[in-house]
Write a protein that binds this ligand. Structure first.
Ligand code: DGL
Length: 279
């Protein structure tokens, strides 16, 4: 069982920021990444649609015999995690809980900001998770949808990025949050400009880093870690042609992607395993 791979999925390329942290924390592990590039973005879609897509991807990855599944997409974690955990028997880790736990630990003033896609913020998943840990913490949220195309375009250190960040984050800053959760896969790419706008008194919480630590802890607890000193292999799958994913992916991963293959989820699913099936 320990020799099986870790499955990771995202709506597209953004989850590579989570993969990067998982590989940093657990270099001995094999990973299988799936980016749903044919249907990205998830952040503007309804919970029903995101749940349907997520279940379909999880079924595909289960078919690849993984030992743990990471839902790297904040939007999918926010709306689909519970459904996936109910349906599949292996450990499934989302990015919301680890980010919320870190924010609750870091804040001194008890005022935490959360930024994410419209769907993530609309779900209140971070607010609920933080309040479950400490009901006294005040949570202020803000959707920042334009950060996604800015990060993919590589516009992370220019006037457009700075102005967008100032407009999105001005209110959070004025409200005096001392901690800001980067609740979207793409936002770590914009960390510097976000930090600059929020000022030195605000700690940024990267859900990707926290999630990787959670994965390491769960695998250790369940004695599912491969021996330290092994070197993991990494496989990448996308649902659209790979060119765009490869172009942006190297930057998100902070290194070179291996070969990327296109998969057709409808075709690959076993008989009766399509997402149309009622559960
Ligand atoms: N991966 C998504 C998230 O973390 C951002 C991109 C999208 O909207 O699909 O919420």
């Amino acid at each position: 069982m320990a020799w099986k791979a870790i499955g990771i999925f995202d709506s597209g390329v953004g989850g590579l920021t989570v993969l990067k942290e998982v590989v940093r924390a657990l270099p001995q592990e094999d990973t299988i990444y799936l980016g749903d590039t044919a249907r990205v973005p998830y952040g503007t879609k309804s919970p029903e649609t995101v749940i349907r897509y997520s279940r379909q991807i999880a079924r595909y990855l289960m078919g690849r015999d993984i030992k743990l599944l990471v839902v790297a997409c904040n939007t999918a974690s926010a709306v689909a995690l519970a459904a996936l955990q109910q349906e599949f028997p292996i450990p499934i880790v989302g990015v919301i809980e680890p980010g919320a736990r870190a924010a609750a630990e870091v804040t001194v003033s008890g005022k935490v900001g959360v930024i994410g896609t419209a769907a993530t913020i609309g779900s209140s998943a971070y607010t609920k998770a933080i309040k479950r840990i400490n009901p006294d913490i005040e949570v202020v949220t803000r959707p920042c949808p334009l950060f996604v195309p800015l990060a993919e375009e590589g516009w992370v250190d220019n006037e457009v990025a700075r102005l967008t960040a100032r407009i999105y984050l001005g209110e959070l800053r004025e409200q005096g949050v001392d901690t800001l959760v980067l609740g979207c896969t793409h936002y770590p790419i914009l960390k510097e400009v976000i930090a600059e706008v929020m000022g030195p008194g605000v700690t940024l919480v990267d859900s990707a880093e926290q999630t990787a630590l959670t994965v390491a802890r769960i695998l250790a607890e369940q004695e599912l870690l491969r021996p330290a000193g092994e070197k993991g292999n990494h496989h990448y799958y996308v649902t659209d042609v790979p060119a765009g994913f490869i172009r942006v992916g190297n930057r998100f991963l902070g290194g070179r992607l291996g070969d990327v293959y296109q998969v057709d989820l409808e075709q690959e699913l076993p008989e009766g395993g399509s997402d149309e099936e009622a559960h």
